[in-house]
Write a protein that binds this ligand. Structure first.
Ligand SMILES: Nc1nc2c(ncn2[C@@H]2O[C@H](COP(=O)(O)OP(=O)(O)OP(=O)(O)O)[C@@H](O)[C@H]2O)c(=O)[nH]1
Ligand SMILES: [Mg+2]
Length: 300
């Protein structure tokens, strides 16, 4: 009887001992897991990231951290479309994706570019702008929409066969508030009598607005305009059909920009140029051909 009692007690003691050991094991396992969770994250494998295509599964924050350590190179934005930017990267024309935060980059901007091992470029940062031309955003009245960055000169382009002078003052005001010089160019002078608008151009000159009369067809005035814009970053702005692309082609014959005939009835253009495109000439002059302006809204 006593023996049976001792055996029972012994069994119970062993069971309790077992349960204690199990509980300690469980506790140690839990602690180990907790410590593992708190350990600093494993380093990102940069070689993997370098080869990683856009939209990969690497978290964007980690990608940013690696990109920050990579060599970044400066590039000038030549043109912008919905997903990509065309850039001049150390003299080479190429395309880059853009970081999602770079929503409002425009032609003329200077950006920092990262390059993956597969050669894909991405615009990472926007550098401070020297000047900025903005107009009212037609989609959001009262809000500014950047048009072009880092311009030295904005040339209001008026066609001699259909001059609408009202545009000059509006664009001039926007240029002034963006810190950019203004000039006027009267195009298509081959379509009107010699000196037809000399008085108007002299009035602009007297008002501090350099003025030029040119023809992209017979070449008159092109040399004087080329000399005036030499070494500067210059945009042609005006209504569709004014002759901006034809003028840019005359100044920079190495780039073939599309031009389009005006409508027969009212001589209005057909919005042939759909996005601004900057070209850099051999002497460093930068020419920005822009799409035709329907209206140039100003914002304070
Ligand atoms: N006669 C004559 N025609 C010109 C001259 N410059 C341009 N044109 C014509 O005018 C039309 C419009 O020229 P574009 O250069 O396409 O005009 P744009 O301002 O770039 O027009 P968008 O791209 O629509 O804004 C074309 O048919 C050109 O051939 C010029 O100096 N003389
Ligand atoms: Mg054009």
């Amino acid at each position: 009887m006593r023996e049976r009692f001792y055996r029972m007690m012994d069994k119970r003691a062993r069971r309790e001992e077992n349960e204690r050991e199990h509980a300690e094991d469980r506790k140690a396992r839990k602690l180990r897991k907790k410590q593992e969770r708190q350990k600093p994250r494993e380093r990102v494998d940069e070689t993997r990231l370098e080869a990683e295509p856009e939209g990969s599964t690497i978290a964007s924050g980690r990608r940013d951290a690696v990109v920050a350590k990579r060599a970044l190179r400066e590039a000038t934005v030549l043109g912008v479309d919905r997903t990509r930017v065309e850039i001049d990267l150390e003299g080479e024309r190429c395309f880059a994706r853009r970081h999602p935060r770079l929503v409002s980059i425009v032609a003329g901007d200077v950006v920092q570019i990262s390059t993956a091992v597969d050669g894909a470029h991405r615009a990472e940062e926007l550098l401070p702008r020297r000047t900025l031309l903005s107009r009212e955003d037609p989609a959001r009245p009262g809000r500014p929409k950047p048009v072009a960055a880092n311009l030295d000169l904005g040339v209001v382009t008026i066609p001699a066969d259909r001059p609408r002078w009202g545009l000059v003052e509006r664009i001039r005001a926007a240029l002034r508030s963006g810190g950019i010089d203004a000039a006027v160019v009267l195009t298509k002078i081959d379509m009107v009598a010699d000196g037809a608008f000399d008085e108007q151009l002299q009035a602009f000159e007297a008002d501090g607005l350099p003025s030029f009369a040119v023809s992209a067809v017979d070449g008159r005035g092109i040399a004087a305009l080329r000399a005036a814009i030499a070494g500067r970053s210059c945009a042609f702005l005006g209504h569709s059909g004014a002759g901006k692309s034809s003028l840019a082609n005359a100044l920079d014959p190495d780039t073939e920009r599309r031009t389009g005939a005006v409508r027969r009835g009212d001589s209005k253009g057909r919005h042939t140029t759909s996005r601004s495109l900057l070209t850099v000439l051999a002497d460093g002059t930068r020419i920005l051909d822009t799409p035709g302006i329907r209206a140039f809204g100003l914002v304070e």
